[in-house]
Design a protein around this ligand. Structure first.
Ligand code: ZN
Length: 323
């Protein structure tokens, strides 16, 4: 028997009012209306209702185009149980309302990361922020680093992660974390560049993994703790098809140990199901095997190309359970 809360689909105009749209300066409105209808399982009338309620779009060759984050957030908060975002998140977080012990065991991933440098015209070395799992009891085997090239390159490795129950012990860190969770920020998909502007994200009443981690790291430091937001990869069941940006806070706790606080995952899990208390607690200091930490700081990219192109390197990750 399912304990899932029975929800009722909301009218699209109401859904539109309940989320924050990506501001124009961070939006990439490249998803045509046909994709929007497919993602949201609605017809043109539904799209018209959303546009009337403020969903921003750009006209290209007479076709309305939308930002993928806006579409994701509309789907996620539609409560229709049918949209692609709802189905995707439910699948991705299926593990979160189960016992957490399997998340603490070693797990091996086949990881490939493709780096693409737009408008690239010369051979140059790549810099890649690699998996940083050894500090947390993990292992990297068969790593192949990107070699100097033009346009694109690949990193691959077999990465073993593990988990450990190391909850926060500092009452001050716990209080700051609890205050943040109680503040009621709404978890949304937010473009990575916008997440670095974490004050803007929070001023909209929204949050997301990187923004939340940058914000909380700042509060931990203000309370006298050594803390830094770090990026990583959240390994799901989709082989990276949903590129869910991941970050958490690394903080030195009162017991001298490095703890990781994955505040936005705790928040997201709470949104998705009421039965995720154990997983939420795991997010507050402990480590679990579905995250591959990296050497990148919270608002830094995973890859750079030392060429003359002014464009940022695009990073496509594919992470699957190893056989
Ligand atoms: Zn380049």
């Amino acid at each position: 028997m399912s304990d899932r809360v029975v929800e009722t689909a909301k009218p699209w105009a109401e859904v539109a009012r309940s989320i924050e749209f990506v501001p124009t300066r961070y939006a990439v409105r490249d998803q045509p209306e046909s994709v929007a209808r497919e993602m949201l399982r609605c017809d043109s009338t539904g799209i018209d209702e959303l546009v009337d309620a403020g969903l921003p779009y750009e006209l290209k060759s007479g076709v309305r185009h939308f930002d993928p984050n806006d579409l994701y957030n509309l789907g996620m908060y539609s409560k229709s149980s049918r949209t692609q975002p709802e189905l995707t998140f439910r699948m991705l977080f299926r593990f979160a309302d189960r016992p957490v012990d399997p998340l603490l065991k070693p797990k091996t991933w086949a990881m490939r990361v493709r780096l693409e440098c737009p408008e690239c015209t010369e051979v140059a070395p790549w810099r890649f922020e690699a998996p940083d799992v050894v500090r947390f009891g993990g292992r990297v085997d068969d790593a192949v680093a990107p070699e100097a090239s033009t346009g694109s390159a690949e990193f691959s490795a077999t990465v073993t992660t593990t988990g450990a129950r190391t909850p926060l012990v500092s009452t001050e860190l716990r209080r700051l974390t609890r205050d943040y969770l109680d503040a009621g920020y709404r978890w949304q998909m937010v473009p990575v560049a916008m997440q670095a502007d974490y004050e803007l994200v929070h001023s909209l009443g929204a949050t997301s993994c990187i923004a939340a981690s940058l914000f909380l790291a700042e509060q931990f430091r203000a309370a006298g703790y050594r803390a830094e937001a770090k990026r990583g990869w959240f390994c799901g069941v989709l082989g990276g098809a949903l590129d869910l940006p991941h970050a958490c806070v690394e903080v030195i706790d009162d017991d001298g140990a490095v703890k990781t606080v994955d505040i936005a995952k705790a928040q997201l899990a709470a949104r998705l199901s009421a039965n995720t208390a154990q997983f939420q607690e795991l997010c507050l200091g402990s480590i679990y095997n579905k995250v591959i930490p990296s050497t990148a700081s919270g608002n830094a990219p995973f890859g750079y190309h030392d060429c003359a192109s002014p464009k940022a390197v695009q990073v496509y990750s594919d992470i699957r359970p190893a056989r």
